[in-house]
Design a protein around this ligand. Sequence first.
Ligand code: MGP
Length: 197
Amino acid sequence: MTYTRNSDPGCDLITASKQALRDPSKMVTVELETTPTPNPPPTEEEKTESRREVANPEHYIKHPLQNRWTLWIFLNDKSKTWQANLRLISKSDAVEDFWALYNHIQLSSSLMPGCDYALFKDGIEPTWEDEQNKRGGRWLITLNKQQRPSDLDCFRLETLLYLTGESFDDYSDDVCGAVNVRAKGEKTAMWTTECEN
Ligand code: MGP
């Protein structure tokens, strides 16, 4: 037996339960058909808000970098050649991808001695042999031992930001990348493509 709301279910249910109490053989199964209450239509304000959310490019467009950059790590496995110790980690060509990468790698200060990162423009390997580096030069920056614990990671991050942010004005095109070396002191070498320039 089905009772619907339209046929005054309250009364019918009371009657049915009274009957069931008096005579259990009259027990009935009751299914209530309920009409779902529709959601109220969105207000004009809600409509505008949801349109703004969909349309705001800040929410779905990544911020492109001028160049695609490749992060490399140099491992210090003495059983391997220098070249075999060089590994490509990942590439990023958007600000968001860069931070996603940076937030998932170990800081330089946590790496094993002799291991460190290099960041180069896509297509340029961090080797002297690469076509773009062959005739190149480098700007070398060294940190002394006292500076290391407090400044190393901050200094390395700043170097990455200078590179990806193309912060060398007219000379940014000359920059190939930067290599960090953590043997014999802490060094960062910014490699340029033309040593005469
Ligand atoms: P290094 O990593 O440049 O550090 O070179 P180091 O000793 O501090 O020298 P600096 O003068 O640059 O300060 C260490 C060694 O790694 C070299 O002697 C090479 O055997 C090897 N090596 C380093 N690099 C950057 C290259 C490279 O680009 N190609 C090859 N084939 N070997 C390299």
